[in-house]
Design a protein around this ligand. Sequence first.
Ligand code: C5P
Length: 414
Amino acid sequence: MASWVLHAMLKDKRILLIVGGGIAAYKSLDLIRRLRERGAVVRGVLTKAACEFVTPLSAGTLLGERAFTDLFDRQSEFDVGHIRLARDTDIVVVAPATADLMAKMAHGHANDLATAILLATDKPVLIAPAMNPRMWSHKATQRNLAQLMSDGIEIVGPNDGEMAEARESGPGRMAEPLEIVAMIEGMFARASSGKPLAGKRVLITSGPTHEPIDPVRYIANRSSGKQGHAIAAAAAQAGADVTLIAGPVNLPDPAGVRVKHVTTAQEMLSAVQAALPADVAIFAAAVADWRVAQAGDQKIKKGSGGTPALSFVENPDILATVAKPGPQRPALVIGFAAETENVIAHAKAKLASKGCDWIVANDVSPATGIMGGDSNSIHLVTTQGAEAWPSQSKADVARALIARVADALAGKRQ
Ligand code: C5P
């Protein structure tokens, strides 16, 4: 897209910027300038903690109007009110989003002006997290992040690098103002392109399956379901009618998606068949290839006759079953190939053997950190060849894949 088009993208757009209390707050002052020089109409809210880092006066000077600071400020409640602040905008941007603000957002707190606005708004929300790397990687923050993503909140950053405080480095630096601007422009661009999958039915499998050995033991794999769930969320955001068949995962159900929870491969197949017909089927689940032939009714006891001899039978191949030609076959069937070696060659072979249209191939060797991690680097393998996509977050892979699906359904490209 030509840069003047992007520059025009923010003209007269109303942006409500919430500044959280972190050292990165000083960059938000520059963000205000960058947004206003692109013609955006920016309103600012500073949390109490933000006022320790930047003053309402400096923010107000750059905004060209006073910055809002307090839920119980009678004058601002009388003039505008937190509900109007939340609604009379086209987007809400939180920069920096501290660990504390993310936690409050994830749990729906509303005990100050910023959090009350975030709970009251019906507009898209973008957050630019910024915090110490340990705070970022803490399980609690990652849990909150997963919740916010599944609530449809967009994330930019954090970047890797030196922290302001004592010689620490790692993920936690707030995205640069121009990166935040680019993300906001992208969100408006997507919104103005409408809902490219409106009226389409999309079926997605995600997560592992668990195959019982006896009532207390099972065979599983390391799939987290993060990529499949992100695809379901992206498809719903693109306006599709989405059914997600989810194996046992530790993730919240994505917003706006019909979710059927299953445990075994056989249950997954039945749920998939019950959800057909669909325009698009995406098989991101790591389905167990085998199940125990005769799962015990009672817990197998140790000590009696040495180690138990388990025999296996093959599970139904859900992807291959759905990809078979026939009246129920979706127009586009997409499989995944998680490999630890010869990724593209295996994916090409799988494309043919499973009868699907595309394979999303990735290297899941432990060193890549992809399995269970938040980013992914994939190859999209089609009958035309293999494309290497840049390493990006699973949410971004999901959005790019869904955009590609929309193009394919519209006949724009394979
Ligand atoms: O053959 P492999 O299991 O590696 O193929 C992976 C692809 O096939 C994934 O898309 C996975 O969801 C799908 N699959 C399936 N049912 C199976 C095995 C794999 O749908 N039983």
